[in-house]
Every structure is written in structure tokens, then in C-alpha cells.
Design a protein around this ligand. Structure first.
Ligand SMILES: O=C(O)CCC(=O)C(=O)O
Length: 272
């Protein structure tokens, strides 16, 4: 199925900083991916960053696992991201798997992604694909509507799990303290969606988002979040950013567009 990203959806993305695209991939494709991830979790293809406390989290697997690259590159996901970013292309940055078992107390704190990453620019988007049903009460992703447009950068925080994110909280920019969004519900509008496997939320790297724990649910919450960069993204490997891809690996120089096809392959191009 080809997804028509209408002008209305683009406007919604621009206004809110996040949109839900139903059936971005088929349920069968999402379920198949989760099955393969489960084999990886069970140790057949073990890796270093794996965090198995109440679930599983790992990232930047596409260079190693062709089936993850195929999901990130050869589905409609990069086209959806590229159109919503209103970019002429989408390059793949990294994939990030987030699985939270039923009953897990671990939550995702409110944060923006861009302060963690070695990029500047507004055409940077994540496509968070549900690999199993979820909603806000079962750790579905939540967004502060319109926060991408505030022109604010909030202090990155640790995710409290055995992932590299815990070690790069350093100051790599000028940050404001994160408001207590949960305490001020009358001031901020929180967006969330009830999702089925294959549904996706696309959100910008400046949009504040987080997820509650999965304590009140009997469902395992599973998602893959795929990061794409577009026209105005510029490589900015400042100290203190997440070392997912580092300067020693890439041909791209600081301040340049990420044209390194090995580390940032172009996975979609707008029709001429
Ligand atoms: O799935 C989660 O809990 C976190 C997702 C997230 O923060 C992201 O995709 O940027």
C-alpha cells in the first residue's frame, strides 16, 4: 500500500510536532520483525548494549543485521519521513529498539532527541513503529503538542538503563530545565495514540516526548524507532553527544550535510 502523505497530515506534523500514520507497515511485517528481534534477544545474535531489565533496548543495529536495514530502508517508512520533513531526501541515521515487558516500572523520561545527537537542523525525524499493540497507559509514546516550535532546548537526562545514553549527559549546549509536564496538565497538551502493530508515529527531533511505565498492563510494549535526516541536517559531533556514529568513522566534516553513504545511506529521494 502506498501512503498518501496529504497536505493536511504535513500541516498536522508542522503544527503538533508528531503525527500517527496508521498501517505504515503491514501488521504481518511488524510482527515478523518482532519475531526476529526476539531471536536476537534470546541470544542467537547477542550484542553489547543490550539491556534486558524488564525488556530490551538496543540501537544502531542496521549496519550489522540486513533484516533491520531492509525494514528501515526498503519499506515506505523513509518516504513517509521524507515527505513529512518536506525534504528532498531521507538518509538513515540509526534504528533504536524499545521493548518494555508487561509490569515493568521503567519509564521513558520527557526529553527531546536532538540535544543527544550529533546533528543540527529541523529536518530530522523519528518514525516510531509499534511492533505490538499499545496505548499511553501501557507505555505508548506521549508528546507535548507543539513543543518542537518553542525554540527551547531542554537538559538531556539519563534513561536509567544500561545504555550509552546514561554516560553522555554532559553539557553539549545551552539547556533549560525540563518543565514538570505531568504536574501542569492544564498548561500543556499531551498527545498519544492507541496503536496496533504496524502503526507509526513520526515526530521531529525537537518534540518533547516520553512514555509511562508498563506496570498497569498485561501487554508487552515493543517498538522500533528509526531516525532519518533530511535537507537541512548538518553534522555536529560536539562533545557530549551520543557516540552512535563518531567523527573518526565518517567522511562528513562538522557543519557539512551528511553525505557519507556508508554511515548515512540515502534511503529515499523525492520524485523529480
Ligand atoms: O519507546 C520509548 O520508550 C522511547 C522512544 C524514544 O524516546 C524515541 O524514539 O526517541
Amino acid at each position: 500500500m502506498t501512503h498518501i502523505i496529504s497536505e493536511d497530515i504535513i500541516q498536522q506534523y508542522e503544527r503538533d510536532g508528531a503525527v500517527c500514520i496508521r498501517g505504515a507497515v503491514s501488521k504481518a511485517h511488524a510482527t515478523d520483525l518482532l519475531g526476529r528481534i526476539d531471536m536476537l534477544i534470546s541470544g542467537r545474535d547477542d550484542r553489547w548494549t543490550t539491556d534486558r531489565t524488564g525488556g530490551f533496548s538496543d540501537r544502531h543495529l542496521w549496519p550489522e543485521f540486513p533484516w533491520i536495514y531492509e525494514f528501515c530502508a526498503n519499506t515506505e517508512l523513509p518516504a513517509i519521513a521524507g515527505r513529512l520533513m518536506q525534504s528532498s531526501f531521507a538518509r538513515l541515521f540509526f534504528d533504536h529498539i524499545f521493548i518494555r515487558d508487561a509490569g515493568t516500572a521503567h519509564a521513558t523520561p520527557w526529553h527531546q532527541d536532538r540535544p543527544y545527537w550529533p546533528f543540527q537542523g529541523r529536518q530530522i525525524a523519528s518514525v516510531w513503529v509499534a511492533l505490538a499493540p499499545c496505548k499511553a497507559a501501557s507505555s505508548g509514546l506521549r508528546f507535548i503538542r507543539g513543543s518542537h516550535a518553542w525554540g527551547k532546548t531542554f537538559q538531556p537526562v539519563g534513561f536509567g538503563e544500561k545504555s550509552p545514553s546514561a554516560s553522555f549527559l554532559g553539557s553539549n549546549g545551552s539547556f533549560e530545565p525540563m518543565p514538570d509536564f505531568d504536574a501542569e496538565t492544564d498548561r500543556y497538551e499531551i498527545l498519544s495514540w492507541d496503536m496496533q502493530a504496524g502503526d507509526a508515529i513520526v515526530f521531529g527531533a525537537e518534540t518533547v516526548h516520553g512514555a509511562a511505565s508498563n506496570t498497569g498492563s498485561a501487554e508487552r510494549r515493543a517498538a522500533i524507532s528509526i531516525r532519518y535526516v533530511g535537507d537541512d541536517a548538518r553534522w555536529d559531533p560536539r562533545p557530549g553527544t551520543d557516540p552512535i556514529v563518531t567523527q573518526d568513522k565518517v567522511s562528513t566534516q562538522p557543519g557539512d550535510a551528511p553525505r557519507d553513504d556508508t554511515w548515512f545511506p540515502e534511503v529515499w529521494h523525492a520524485a523529480a
